[in-house]
Write a protein that binds this ligand. Structure first.
Ligand SMILES: NC(=O)c1ccc[n+]([C@@H]2O[C@H](COP(=O)([O-])OP(=O)(O)OC[C@H]3O[C@@H](n4cnc5c(N)ncnc54)[C@H](OP(=O)(O)O)[C@@H]3O)[C@@H](O)[C@H]2O)c1
Length: 286
């Protein structure tokens, strides 16, 4: 039995030894104004991790909301500092120009106003092998320079993961994973390489809340469909990124410490795989 705050303070370890909050707030499709409100509510509720991207257009507001919270003793009752927060952002487009990517990373660091980025991801493998290689080299340079703490990728398929040199592997691969797209092969490859999986669209973007199995389990455990899906994600050991712009939902999505899905129920959910793509699927890009 864990409280919501305890669930939100759970961390996993990255291959570079740093830790990462297991449940983080996803910030895709949030307007700048919604982002400010949601990040503030989330911090008050106990969230410590936030998943933004250059693409989302809310890097600035995410950072502003974090800084405002940290600076306000009436809200920041535990006296948290920047080091207690985990901020992720992502490169919009890979480029064959290492310098251009480096500048783009520096712009992201400036935009958020947090001094550094905890995790910087290549948002996708698009752009071809050379652009992937040069963009990755730029992210590693940013780590060396202290602008970024950890370097990762997103939407990388098995082939893309195979392109990394042994000592230069990403700490995470952020991919779409939920019971309707279980991504067995990519997960297996990540495991073999020591790359942590971050699950995006863990709530299947809301399109499977009424699925018979999910709804049945929700009824049986006395929780919501969203909570069943978040629980599935954390029991598989992923970092999970449920998004909600609504205070009540973002709190309840993390309130998953009061039940545990049985082995049989986890398997029942795994069996729902239909390779469902809810947004885009760059994992087999050339
Ligand atoms: N790397 C990538 O390419 C990539 C792609 C997609 C997503 N992501 C990341 O992963 C995060 C999560 O993915 P996602 O935002 O696509 O989808 P998601 O988290 O699976 O689902 C979000 C949707 O579910 C709704 N929702 C949330 N909680 C709910 C609840 N308790 N009851 C009913 N509806 C609920 C949200 O609406 P409300 O906001 O109105 O509550 C929103 O429409 C993103 O925000 C982003 O950070 C990354």
């Amino acid at each position: 039995m864990s409280t919501t705050r305890e669930m939100l303070s759970r961390t996993l370890q990255l291959r570079n030894g740093l830790s990462i909050p297991q449940i983080q707030l996803g910030l895709y499709m949030m307007s700048p104004a919604e982002t400010k409100r949601a990040v503030r509510s989330a911090l008050i509720a106990g969230y410590r991790g936030f998943d933004s991207a250059q693409w989302y257009g809310n890097e600035k507001e995410t950072g502003q909301a974090i800084n405002a919270f940290l600076a306000d003793p009436a809200l920041n009752k535990e006296g948290l500092t920047r080091q207690d927060i985990f901020y992720t952002t992502k490169l919009r487009s890979n480029s064959t120009s290492r310098e251009q990517v480096r500048k783009s990373i520096q712009k992201s660091v400036k935009e958020c106003g947090l001094g550094y980025v905890d995790l910087f991801l290549l948002h996708s493998p698009y752009g071809g092998k050379e652009a992937r290689r040069e963009s990755w080299a730029a992210v590693l340079e940013a780590v060396e320079a202290g602008e970024v703490k950890s370097a990762g990728v997103s939407n990388y398929g098995v082939g893309h993961l195979g392109e990394f040199e042994e000592g230069k592997r990403p700490v995470v691969n952020q991919i779409e994973v939920h019971p309707f797209n279980t991504q067995g092969e990519i997960r297996e490859k990540c495991k073999e390489m020591g790359v942590l999986v971050e699950a995006y669209a863990p709530l299947v973007r809301g399109v499977r809340f009424s699925d018979k199995t999910v709804k049945g389990l929700a009824g049986r455990y006395g929780v919501s469909s969203a909570q069943v899906l978040v629980r599935w994600s954390i029991q598989h050991g992923f970092v999970t990124l449920p998004k909600s712009a609504k205070e009540e939902r973002l709190i309840s999505n993390a309130d998953v410490g009061g039940f545990e899905l049985s082995k049989e129920d986890m398997e029942g959910l795994d069996a729902l795989d239909e390779k469902l793509v809810t947004d885009w699927n760059p994992t087999d890009a050339p």
